[in-house]
Design a protein around this ligand. Structure first.
Ligand code: GLA
Length: 392
């Protein structure tokens, strides 16, 4: 992949000078969904599918972007960085805009982006692009940002230039990932711990619905507001409560249920999921993958029936493996409304499961079912730095 990016870069920017290439991975999340923006915990990891960004400085004030996936370029002046209709440049320009707002002076640069994170599959390709960009520009312009500052810049870019009020999980996982470990992240304090993720005879199988429902970002923002509304009602009686992290089911019963049954349902899922994750971490520590797997199925039920961010295709794929003794746990993963299910499955059962599911899925939805076996890899890093004899 690196040499493909380097070759492409030279082809697109033949006059470019010193360049560097950064890799930033997609992510999975074992358990703890929609908990990040509620100050809860998450359990993500970076994977072997990644975005690559190659950059070089320019002597003028122009930003030249090129996306390998779309064979498309975009040029903008550093003084006129704004949201583009093309969509893909926004994940890069959003980061530039955030850096400028922090007072950094960002000079002209060439950037090429490519990679193998499937788009719209819920593996956070957008967070990977944002983190790769932040990391590359930090190196190129010597900004001196810490990894956490880059993560926060990337998250803000998603809020402002992509319009999704996401939590911190995706960007954190892409940047801080560690090979063969999951990250137990406390999204309130941002303290984290790497937990070894050893599956023995099992693997992580991602089943891609190949669906991305168009309302997913507005529904995401709506869920976030519903959680905030629930907190606001409780706060009237318990001023010390600042997020669903501080809330008990009893508080929900007392102050939210009488006001709004739907908001109650949303908040109840979150409060239970925060607890479930902590118990799931204890399962992991005791090497009890079976117990963790059962919790993943429970999480899916909550996401589907209470939080209502699943869809027919995701439910179909989880239902299809529920009674399969080789599947230890399964659930929809990420924001929802499409994307992938994550399955912990016995390695020698993968092939037969996929061969069985593909025609059933095709028959039910007239869509292809794709699958990936994910391995857990390191987070964002510099992969190469090339000094060119004469800078142009
Ligand atoms: C998306 C968001 C994350 C997180 C998940 C749901 O991936 O970007 O911040 O909220 O959804 O857990």
């Amino acid at each position: 992949m690196e040499s493909k990016i380097a070759d492409q870069f030279i082809k697109i920017y033949p006059a470019a000078g010193d360049r560097l290439i950064v890799r930033s991975p997609g992510r999975i999340n074992i358990i703890g969904e929609h908990t990040d923006y509620n100050d809860g915990f998450v359990l993500p990891a970076a994977i072997d599918k990644a975005v690559y960004v190659a950059v070089s400085g320019r002597n003028d004030e122009e930003i030249h972007l090129y996306a390998g996936d779309y064979n498309e370029s975009h040029v903008v002046n550093t003084k006129a960085v704004e949201i583009s209709d093309k969509h893909w440049p926004n994940y890069i320009l959003g980061v530039v805009d955030q850096l400028q707002k922090k007072g950094f002076s960002i000079g002209g640069f060439n950037l090429l982006i490519d990679g193998d994170v499937p788009l719209g599959a819920g593996l956070s390709s957008s967070a990977a692009v944002e983190c790769a960009t932040a990391f590359a520009l930090n190196e190129l312009f010597g900004l001196g940002l810490s990894k956490l500052q880059m993560v926060q810049t990337a998250q803000k870019a998603e809020h402002t230039f992509a319009g999704v009020m996401c939590g911190i999980m995706d960007q954190f996982a892409s940047m801080f990932g560690k090979k063969d470990h999951v990250i137990q992240l406390d999204c309130r304090s941002l303290e984290y711990e790497y937990v070894p993720f050893e599956l023995k005879d099992c693997k992580i199988l991602l089943l891609n619905t190949n669906v991305k429902h168009s309302l997913s970002s507005s529904a995401y923002n709506e869920r976030r507001q519903q959680c905030e509304q629930g907190v606001a009602w409780i706060k009237e009686h318990h001023p010390e409560v600042s997020s669903l992290r501080d809330v008990s089911i009893q508080m929900l019963n007392e102050y939210v249920l009488p006001k709004d049954a739907l908001i109650y349902k949303r908040c109840k899922y979150i409060v239970e999921e925060i607890q479930r994750l902590l118990q799931g971490c204890a399962d992991l520590q005791q090497n009890n993958v079976e117990a963790l797997g059962k919790k993943m199925f429970r999480t899916h039920e909550g996401l589907s029936r209470e939080y209502e961010v699943s869809c027919e295709e995701l439910d179909f794929l989880v239902d299809a493996v529920k009674e399969n003794p080789d599947v230890i746990g399964a659930r929809m993963m990420g924001g929802g409304f499409g994307g992938c299910t994550i399955n912990i499955i016995k390695e020698d059962a993968i092939e037969s499961l996929v061969q069985k599911l593909k025609p059933l899925y095709k028959q039910a939805f007239n869509k292809e079912l794709d699958y990936y076996i994910a391995s857990i890899e390191n987070g964002t890093s510099l992969v190469t730095q090339t000094v060119v004899a004469s800078n142009v």
